[in-house]
Design a protein around this ligand. Structure first.
Ligand code: NAI
Length: 246
């Protein structure tokens, strides 16, 4: 049984989708969850639902692509709670288009949130976790890090997330901090609901389990990775995709 009672966790991009599922799960297991997002209304909803169920959570709005805002998120959490046990870097966007049509704006936006955003929170968090000699970081990459048509910006950012994860795992391992990445396959969220129906059907046809994943499928894996039971799992890149990538 996983018990996160007394743990302080930050989940970015937790107003909806995967991030909301992760925040719900960590709170259900006893963690105090700092729900961070750009979207105030969604973040408020995530927190009030957690509190209605008897859990502990608070909102701290932050644009992860902004260095100062990300630093403030980490520092305010530590000032308020005295520590940071768990950081889940989930916030992400897509601006899909073929490489020959991709603009610099589309490139910069996706790299800024999906890769620089991960650096922006990990840098101050790693400073804190080194001093604590304790911590868990889980970064959300994607099955697309291996390359996917129409996602040059997204795939490059998500491959970068694998790189920073493995590097941080090497740097922080001695300090009792683990850093792992999850590669969700095709999960039913607002992001994937945006794809055309024929693309949805094509994606499902590539999944041995024959269905899209649910946010809880990803959240369950993260709950394990941040628990005491996973204290020797470090630097791993774990697919949660019903066998989509084998
Ligand atoms: P979503 O679009 O439903 O939710 C993303 C959340 O991140 C939103 O609440 C949004 O407001 C927030 N966000 C966006 N930009 C932000 C910023 N600059 N700062 C803070 N928050 C920001 O997306 P979904 O599907 O829940 O994806 C979550 C993560 O999982 C993303 O990193 C995505 O790339 C990744 N992923 C999703 C997959 C899927 O099938 N849904 C597959 C593989 C990876």
């Amino acid at each position: 049984m996983i018990d996160l009672t007394g743990k302080v966790a930050i989940v970015t991009g937790a107003a909806r989708g995967l991030g909301k599922g992760i925040a719900d799960k960590l709170a259900n297991l006893g963690a105090h969850v700092v729900v961070s997002d750009l979207n105030q209304e969604g973040a408020d909803r995530t927190v009030s639902q957690i509190i209605e169920r008897g859990g502990n959570a608070e909102v701290n709005l932050c644009d992860v692509s902004n260095e100062e805002e990300a630093r403030r998120l980490i520092e305010q959490t530590v000032e308020k709670h005295g520590k940071l046990d768990i950081l889940v870097n989930n916030a992400g966007i897509n601006r899909d288009t073929m490489l020959h049509k991709m603009t610099h704006n589309e490139w910069d936006a996706v790299i800024g949130v999906n890769l620089t955003g991960v650096f922006n929170t990990m840098q101050p968090a790693s400073f804190i976790m080194r001093e604590q000699e304790n911590g868990r970081i889980v970064n959300i990459s994607s099955a697309s890090w291996l390359g996917n048509i129409g996602q040059a910006n997204y795939a490059a950012a998500k491959a970068g997330v694998v790189g920073i994860t493995k590097t941080a795992a090497r740097e922080l391992g001695r300090k009792n901090v683990t850093v792992n990445a999850i590669c969700p396959g095709f999960i039913d969220t607002d992001m994937t609901r945006g794809v055309p129906e024929n693309v949805w059907d094509l994606m499902i046809s590539k999944i041995p389990m024959g269905r899209a994943g649910k946010p809880e499928d990803v959240a369950n894996c993260i709950a394990y990775l941040v628990s005491d039971q996973a204290s020797y799992i470090n630097g791993e890149v774990i697919n949660v995709g019903g066998g989509m990538v084998l």
